[in-house]
Each structure stands twice: as C-alpha cells, then as structure tokens.
Ligand binder design. Structure first.
Ligand code: GMT
Length: 380
C-alpha cells in the first residue's frame, strides 16, 4: 500500500478526468489516495474509505491583487506530504502543479517522490511562451518521473524543451464501468431523433483549436446525403460562432446544441460516429470514450490522434481542414451497415485491449515502484 497525493484541475477536462479516475482505481487497489485540489474533482463520484480530499485554501489578504493560488497549493501540498506521510505526489498538467510540487517537496519534512504527467497544452501552448518555458522545463527536469499521454507529446516535449530525463508514455484510459456499448432508443426519442436517423457527435470545450466550423461544414455535407443529426456537447468561447454558422447554413433543425452534460456516455451510446477535427490534440480522450462505447471516430492526423484512431479499422484520419474527405469517409461508413458494425466492434476491441484501465493503472503503479526504489540526486 502506498500513500499517493494527486493534484489536477478538478473541473471538466480530460486531465482532471484521468487524474480522478486513476486516484479512484488506485484506492480500489488498496492505496491511500489524497486529492489536493482547488475544489472537489467533479469525477470523484465513488465512495472509498481510502480516498481523502484536501482543499487548497486561498488567502484573500487585501495586499494581494491576485491571491497566489500556486503558493497556496504548494503550502497545502507540503502540509499533506508531511502530515499524511505521502510516498508519491502525482501531479497532472505541468502548470502550475509540477512547479508547486517542487516547492512543496522542499518545504516538507520527508522525501516525497514527484511524478508529473504532461497532458498537452501545458507543453504545446504554455511551454512555447517564453515566460513559462524555463519554469516548465525546470519542473520536468526536477520531477522524479515524467509521463506523457502519447508518443507524439513525448517527442514534442523533447524537441521543444531541454529535457534531461526520460519521459515515459502512459496512455489515457476510460472507466469501462461507465463507458461501454448499450442500446438506448428512448434517449433518441426524447431528443426528437427518428430511429432511422444517424447520429454524429462532437464533444469539446468549444475552443478555437477544436475547429468547430470544420465539424459543422463536414456535417453539412453529410446531411445533404443522409438523414442525420449532429449533437454538439460542451460549451466555450466558440459556441456563439458555431451557432451563427449553423443558422447561416440553415441547419438549425439538424444540429442540437446540448451544452455541458453530465451523462456523456449516454449521448455517445446513441451516436453512430464521433468527429474530432482539432488542430492540436495530444491524445483526444473523447475519442477513447467513444471507442469504449463501440463508436467509430473520424479525427485529424495531428498530435496523438493517430495513436488512438486506427485508420481504416476503428475510424478514419484526415488532414487538418479536409472537410470534404471527412464527409466522404463519414458517408461511406454510415451508409454501409456491415462496415459500421465492423468498425464499431474493432473500436471497442482497441479500447479494451490497448487502453484498458487495468493495463494503464499497472503502468502507473510500476512507475511508482521504480521511483520509490531510486535515489534522486538533488542537483541544485
Ligand atoms: O488543454 C486542454 O485542451 C485541456 C486538456 C485537459 O486538461 O483535458 O486536454 C489535454 O489533455 C487531455 C487528457 O490527457 C487530452 O485528451 C487532450 O487531447 C489534451 N488537449 C490538447 O492537447 C489540446
């Protein structure tokens, strides 16, 4: 049994989901898990006496124009490391979590091991900013172990930063008890979707990198050729632009803006195809969620997406912006029931074989063993 601290962004987002699901599975395996976050992680939905939650308290002293969250986090981490005698502090997303963890380790009165998991934009967006680059590099180089969620992210990190230590690729996973295939015709009915209509789904935080216009233009072409609906799940800065485009293309009756939803798996289950046409994506957890429900995906050939979608087997890969090609593949798949069924089975199999939570949690546990057996030489 190990005592493991976990820090992540507790709100909606793939890195928070992975961190929380990992914590719950580690606790089920007998470890003691301490979440150290700004609020209760939204996915922390299972009771376990070995799970603890420590909220980071912000000080609103008048001298602070901005309360220093990163320092408050470091102080809370140090307190938990010492009081709970943590063996490992596993931080998800380098900024600011890995940086705060280093400070906490210096303050704490025991030698906790820091494991940092890179998730994507901590490297591809924040670490290209000169203000943060050296700090993120420092946090990576002074962690006891570093993981990345795809080979692509690992390579990009090595190319971009002066990384002096190995980066282990540990893929993302889903909770198979929540994401599995199930027929839910009543949900289609509730949303006014005819049984014969095909359903295409896109789920994201509606930021520019997700290329919502490409999703809508692709759908517009598919919709000309087959009877179908598009479910847009999520919210974010590009939402109103997406709505305007839907109006402009006269697709109001065919596109359902569902906003943020809790039971994502149910919407995936009524879908026949998932679209993710992002310009940056280190992994694309939503693709794996779809595959685990037996839903094939079409994604862009960028970042870690080609490590998740097997082209021509579990879905298709297209170049960034290639909406005609994406629509062509979608029509091919949605008009051929045998092919759709085969791709669905193959997607499910890939999710369960390559990305099964048992395999991934084993990999994290093996890494913890490795760092606990090693002696860090402090070089600063
Ligand atoms: O920065 C983001 O897009 C959010 C971030 C997150 O916290 O969910 O997403 C990244 O991490 C996910 C979990 O590992 C990956 O599935 C996403 O692909 C990745 N996003 C990007 O690389 C844009």
């Amino acid at each position: 049994m190990k005592k493991i601290g976990i820090t992540c962004y507790p709100s909606v987002g793939g890195s928070g989901i992975i961190a929380t699901e990992l914590g719950m599975l580690l606790a089920e395996r007998g470890n003691e898990v301490h979440f150290i976050t700004s609020s209760l992680p939204f996915r922390l939905n299972r009771i376990n006496p070995r799970i603890y939650y420590h909220e980071v308290e912000l000080s609103h002293y008048p001298v602070f124009q901005y309360p220093p969250y990163d320092l408050a986090l470091a102080a809370k981490m140090a307190e938990v490391i010492s009081r709970e005698e943590l063996d490992i502090l596993h931080v998800h997303y380098a900024m600011p979590h890995a940086v705060s963890a280093l400070l906490a380790r210096d303050i704490a009165d025991r030698d906790v091991k820091i494991v940092t998991t890179l998730h994507g934009t901590d490297i591809t967006v924040l670490a290209i900013d000169d203000i943060f680059k050296n700090m993120i590099t420092h946090a990576i180089n002074h962690s006891d172990a570093v993981t990345a969620v795809s080979e692509h992210l690992k390579e990009q990190t090595k190319k971009q930063l002066n990384v002096k230590q190995p980066i282990h690729v540990i893929y993302n996973f889903v909770n198979e008890k929540e994401y599995y295939p199930k027929s839910l015709p009543s949900i289609k009915e509730q949303y006014g979707i005819k049984p014969s209509e095909k359903v295409i789904v896109h789920i994201s935080n509606f930021r520019k990198v997700k290329r919502l216009p490409d999703i809508i233009h692709t759908f517009a072409q598919i919709q000309k050729r087959i009877d179908c609906k598009l479910l847009l799940i999520g919210d974010g800065p590009e939402c109103s632009t997406a709505m305007e485009l839907v109006d402009e293309l006269g697709l109001q009756e065919h596109v359902l803006f569902l906003g943020k939803q809790k039971n994502i798996s149910d919407f995936i289950r009524i879908s026949d195809l998932k679209l993710l046409l992002s310009e940056k994506e280190s992994f694309g957890l939503v693709l794996l969620e779809a595959m685990a429900c037996g839903v094939p995906c079409i994604g862009t050939r960028i970042g870690g997406i080609p490590e998740v979608i097997e082209h021509g087997v579990t879905g298709y890969l297209v170049q960034l912006g290639a909406v005609n090609q994406a629509a062509e593949y979608a029509v091919q798949l949605l008009t051929d029931e045998n092919k759709l069924h085969l791709f669905s089975e193959q997607a499910l199999k890939r999710a369960n074989v390559k990305f099964h939570s048992d395999i991934i949690v084993n990999e994290y546990e093996q890494l913890y063993e490795q760092v606990l057996g090693s002696h860090r030489i402090r070089n600063w």
